[in-house]
Design a protein around this ligand. Structure first.
Ligand SMILES: Cc1ncc(COP(=O)(O)O)c(C=O)c1O
Length: 399
């Protein structure tokens, strides 16, 4: 029998990537699929960023760079953190990686070990648990109830902390719920985290995609947390650069150096052309974000209205950030079509793809099996057509 590494053998494929792959395969087979599965903006990367990449290519910037990124890129990241979040970092406290995912995975691998517990408020992005488990630590899931807006309750946090707890992963705005932590809530949580002396991993990937105005960073709200925390980010969402693979981590330099050693041994520097493009993305005019937000805002309105009209779907909270809705489909559990019964979000997603060719992601791997995640990073036309199809399926279900 094939014997794999124990932790790799236990690793599941990313649910979001699996859903998107199934949709792509069906499309390639000629099926007219509408995908609400992907976590990526449908906009093209702005021309000024592509131009910077073309220049880098023409100038021969095609060689290895320092493992944690060029000095110019780290400087652009340093200035960005100051401009957007009011946070001061030194160059040695910054690491660029091939995507936010790699930056986060390397920080988690550098920090945690067997016997440690890392708190993950759920519903949570699918990869957090996988990354923590790969480090050898245990993911301690703390549920954030829907009737509290999917936001971590300070009392629940306090109860979840044990002598083994070493860290927490916060993600605001959240993938998959779109929940945004208010300054008041962050301040309550900060008090507990400071006292417990945990590592705070702040996933800020959706920081610009907020509908009710910007929220201060948790390290601005409680500056003493910055010495035990990491600001983790990506250019994927804000600059429509998912395929370029560029993200970064900022935090205490000993840990950044350790994570960069890991990066140096298992992958090396992020792509050199992408780094040049990232400097332009972070340092150039930031107007595209506003244009993108105006479009996301229109789509959010449409999607919230259409989800709320679907029988069996509940969406009590209008998401304040990101480009997802995460409706509750508890009322559809037990409903059937022929010999197929809906047992959870995943089985609903499977049935929907098979019957009406709409792809979305079941909530199971986000830690919320009675929910589904729909991304509205697609055109109004696609969204309207997708909701027509979902409505058709729901009308055919025997309840
Ligand atoms: C919450 C969250 N963090 C991190 C990432 C990583 O993004 P990337 O690796 O494309 O930079 C994603 C992407 O979907 C995400 O949703």
């Amino acid at each position: 029998m094939l014997k794999l590494n124990r932790r790799i053998a236990a690793l599941k494929p990313s649910a979001t990537m699996a859903a998107e792959t199934r949709a792509t395969e069906l499309k390639a087979a000629g099926v007219d699929v509408i995908s609400l599965a992907a976590g990526e903006p449908d906009f093209d990367t702005p021309e000024r960023i592509k131009d910077a990449a073309r220049r880098a290519l023409a100038n021969g910037q095609t060689k290895y760079t320092p493992v944690a990124g060029t000095r110019d890129l780290k400087e652009a990241i340093r200035l960005k953190l100051k401009r957007d979040s009011g946070l001061d970092y030194e160059i040695a406290e910054i690491m660029a990686s091939a995507g936010g995912k790699q930056a986060e995975a390397n920080i988690i691998a550098a920090l945690f070990d067997e016997g440690d517990e890392v708190i993950i408020p759920t519903p949570a992005w699918v990869s957090f648990v996988a990354m923590v488990n790969l480090s050898g630590a245990a993911a301690k899931l703390v549920e954030c109830p829907e009737d509290r807006g999917f936001v971590l309750d300070p009392e629940r946090l306090a109860r979840a902390i044990t002598p083994r707890t070493r860290g927490i992963i916060l993600n605001s705005p959240s993938n998959p719920t779109g929940a945004v932590y208010s300054p008041g809530k962050l301040s309550e949580l900060a008090k507990i985290l400071l006292e417990a002396g945990l590592w705070i991993l702040s996933d800020d990937v959706y920081e610009h995609i907020v509908y009710d105005g910007p929220v201060p960073h948790i390290f601005r709200i409680e500056p003493r947390l910055q010495a035990r925390g990491f600001a983790l980010n990506s250019l994927s969402k804000a600059y429509a650069m998912t395929g370029w693979r560029i993200g970064f981590a900022a935090g205490p330099k000993e840990v950044i150096a350790a994570a960069a050693r890991l990066q140096g041994q298992n992958s090396g520097n992020p792509n050199s052309i992408t780094q040049a493009a990232a400097i332009e993305a972070l340092s150039g005019p930031q107007d595209e974000i506003k244009t993108m937000m105006a479009e996301f805002r229109r789509r959010r309105e449409l999607v919230v209205e259409r989800v709320r009209k679907l029988p069996g779907f509940k969406l009590p909270n209008v998401p304040s950030g990101a480009f997802y809705v995460f409706p509750n489909i508890t009322e559809l559990i037990g409903a059937s079509l022929g010999d197929q019964t809906i047992t959870d979000g995943n089985s609903f997603a499977e049935l929907l793809l098979a019957e009406e060719h709409v792809a979305l992601v079941g909530g199971n791997d986000f830690g919320a099996p009675h929910h589904v995640r729909m991304s509205y990073a697609t055109s109004m036309e696609n969204l309207n057509a997708a909701f027509d199809r979902i409505g058709k399926l729901v009308a055919r279900l025997k309840r």
